[in-house]
Design a protein around this ligand. Structure first.
Ligand code: SAH
Length: 207
């Protein structure tokens, strides 16, 4: 998966590549889809949700430009795969999921695999203030805009990567870097057209 689908494209961050070569993706996919776990496509994980395709996970994590030991907020735990890759990269991870059964499944799976990730249950569209400030925030569900509360929980210089756009189409992965107040507070860069499940909640879409 890493050699054929990622390293031949524009994924050059060796920490992302080696973490994705290490994390057993098949353990995050339900049994019927397991044979396809290393294909470059999203797969169903239950509750109408999906585990993102490997290329998108790699692209997103590369855009976060993480240093070892970074503190990261992962919004939309889903299967826990992206949280596991972040932990494998040496990040301290808080991961928030709104669907209780997905949160408990991911918590159990991550613990079995030896990943120490704090999986919490709730609406992550407003972030998770308890662990703030974060060096990076990554959102795996698409919202109408970048929530102010998420930006407020970033350290100055920190990066937030999330898909923004229509509820079901016309989405773009956007990186927002928090700058000092005198420099206007933030820099936004559209990175890639994408298709994600909706971010449901207070600062996302209504249910
Ligand atoms: N990163 C996941 C992919 C998850 S898909 C993985 O590696 O498997 C997006 C997830 O975001 C879904 O599980 C969905 O339930 C969750 N989600 C949607 N809105 C949310 C919100 N407001 N807070 C937390 N999680 C949310």
């Amino acid at each position: 998966m890493v050699d054929e689908q990622l390293a031949t494209r524009d994924i050059t961050d060796h920490r992302v590549l080696s973490a994705m070569a290490t994390v057993p993706r098949h353990r995050f996919v339900p049994a019927p889809a397991r044979a396809d776990a290393y294909e470059d496509r999203p797969l169903p994980i239950g509750s109408g949700q999906t585990i993102s395709q490997p290329y998108i996970v790699a692209f997103t994590l590369q855009a976060l430009d993480l240093r070892p030991g970074a503190t990261v907020l992962d919004v939309g735990t889903g299967s826990g795969y992206q949280a596991a890759v972040l932990a494998e990269m040496g990040a301290t991870v808080t991961s928030v999921e709104r669907v209780p059964s997905l949160a408990s499944g991911a918590r159990k799976r991550l613990a079995e695999l030896g990943y120490s990730v704090d999986v919490v249950e709730g609406d992550g569209s407003m972030g998770w203030p308890t662990g703030a400030p974060y060096d990076a925030i990554v959102v795996a569900a698409s919202g109408p805009s970048v929530p102010d509360d998420l930006l407020a929980q970033l350290r100055v210089g920190g990066r937030l990567v999330m898909p923004v756009g229509g509820r079901h189409h016309g989405q773009e992965l956007v990186r927002t870097t928090r700058t000092p107040e005198e420099a206007g507070q933030e820099v936004r860069e559209p990175l890639l057209p994408v298709s994600f499940v909706p971010l449901l909640g207070e600062a996302g879409w209504s249910r």
